[in-house]
Design a protein around this ligand. Structure first.
Ligand code: TRP
Length: 461
């Protein structure tokens, strides 16, 4: 291979490893914690259908753009953007997009680790303090966790450590090895839990809830929530997928030994399909338990940590399946958190830092800021900035502002700024019609959709 163009940080061993890594990034708390509760809140079937439509029309085209830009840039998002801006003969200020994304990813990591820490706690709590617990006891366990800064800090620290340990070992020994273990394990656990859900009652109700489409239940609010979530769940807009795209091989050897170009379009379709599948199956694992126990599907963010443990605690063998469920959540969150840290680490490595130093320094910084989120649930719960706690502010700033802004800039860059010939060459699509469809999506559909989400996120519509 030509070493001058080999990415400094490494290349995935194959197209499949890229798929696993990107799916690992995409499948996370968004799929297992957030998707079921927003689907529950916004009325089930109609929301699910809408979500699928948005993933196809906006999510997939923007993901194609992000992977394409990453692979062409071949570096951390900041330096890739600098290079791509040079090729497009526009101002190198476009690298600000790289900084915006990498910073937002880092900020998300600070509180993502705190929530993932809860899953860690429940792995232990499920087969111990939660055995046979009733509604009040389950609520007391959750409230107790939130009220204990030390427990939360411990879980947050362990999770951050797990993230740093993977990232500091680099692409080959770290990220690649982690996703090759975590993702297959995740799929196996999901199947086991689906089998359990399918046989413990409530499954038909869950199916009806998730797939009976009743458009009268759909509000304009639901449309915007579905759009915002499609970005979060596919890890778009922050350069995480761009950074992973940079490690994507341009060609692989086929069985006959011939080199073949790696198609971005079909690879992205696979990732989006798997991500959606996990969200739907997670719903099919959670809602039967909810219905079989006469609980409320629209219970909101507490669905995963309050409603579900209650149900598991009451079922035979439920504590073990409950424990397994939270291992699943942990694995999903872990393979996502490494993609939140990687873009900034890659950038520091390109600036001459050693990878372990970059990962440790950034991990430590994210851990420190994360303490603000830990305290938001207890000691600092009344300390607010613009009416929000530290956690609320960071969540709002990243999810509602930085993420759509990053997505918008990516779509504009890929659709309007990049030379058509460059995008076409990098995508190398077999069908010109598909390419045109992609172009219309990134030029027009995605920017309009994102602007609407953005306006909604900051309270304009
Ligand atoms: N997609 C992950 C989830 O669903 C979260 C995530 C990881 C993410 N990396 C990201 C979101 C980058 C936005 C951008 O939980």
């Amino acid at each position: 291979m030509d070493n001058s163009s080999a990415p400094l940080n490494g290349t995935w061993a194959s197209r499949w490893v890229f798929i696993l890594a990107a799916t690992g990034s995409a499948v996370g708390l968004g799929n297992i914690w957030k998707f079921p509760y927003i689907a529950g809140e916004y009325g089930g079937g109609a929301f699910v259908l809408l979500y699928l439509l948005i993933i196809a029309l906006v999510g997939v085209p923007v993901m194609v753009a992000e992977v394409m830009m990453g692979r062409r840039g071949g570096m951390s998002p900041v330096n890739s953007m600098k290079k791509l801006a040079g090729q497009a003969e526009v101002t190198s200020r476009w690298k600000a997009l790289g900084y915006l994304g990498a910073t937002a990813g880092f900020l998300i990591l600070t509180f993502y680790s705190v929530i993932a820490g809860w899953a860690l706690y429940y792995i232990v709590a499920m087969p111990t303090v939660l055995v046979g617990a009733d509604t009040e006891q389950v609520a007391a366990v959750f409230d107790g966790l939130l009220a204990s800064p030390m427990t939360m800090l411990l879980c947050h620290s362990v999770f951050m450590l797990l993230t740093v340990v993977v990232v500091l070992q680099g692409i080959y020994r770290g990220l690649q090895r982690a996703v090759q273990v975590l993702m297959p394990a995740l799929f196996v656990m999901l199947l086991v839990l689906l089998g359990y859900a399918a046989t413990s009652g409530g499954f038909n109700e869950a199916l009806a809830f998730m797939f009976t489409v009743d458009f009268s239940k759909l509000s304009s609010e639901a449309v915007l929530v579905a759009m915002g979530h499609s970005f979060f769940t596919l890890s778009l807009g922050l350069g995480a997928i761009m950074a992973y795209g940079a490690y994507m091989p341009k060609e692989v050897s086929g069985k006959d030994g011939r080199r073949r170009p790696v198609s971005i379009g079909s690879t992205v379709l696979t990732i989006a399909f798997l991500d959606t599948l996990v969200a739907l199956v997670a719903g099919l694992c959670i809602f039967p338990v909810v219905f079989a126990n006469g609980l409320e599907p629209g219970a909101g963010p507490g669905l995963l940590f309050q409603t579900l443990p209650l149900a598991f605690a009451q079922m035979p063998a439920g504590i073990w399946f409950g424990g397994l469920f939270f291992v699943l959540v942990l694995f999903a969150a872990w393979s996502s958190s490494i993609s939140l840290l990687e873009p900034l680490v890659a950038w520091l490595v390109e600036a001459g830092w050693s990878r372990p130093r970059a990962a440790i320094v950034l991990g430590l910084a994210a851990w420190l800021i994360g303490i603000g989120s830990v305290l938001s649930f207890n000691l600092w719960s009344d300390k607010t900035l613009f009416g929000e706690t530290v956690f609320g502010t960071l969540d709002f700033l990243t999810t509602n502002i930085m993420l759509p802004l990053g997505g918008l800039l990516i779509a504009i860059f890929a659709g309007w700024v990049m030379k058509d010939s460059h995008a076409r060459k990098e995508l190398n699509m077999a069908s010109f019609k598909v390419y045109l469809g992609w172009r219309v999506a990134v030029r027009i559909i995605a920017p309009l959709a994102i602007l609407a989400v953005f306006a909604h996120g900051i309270g304009l519509i």
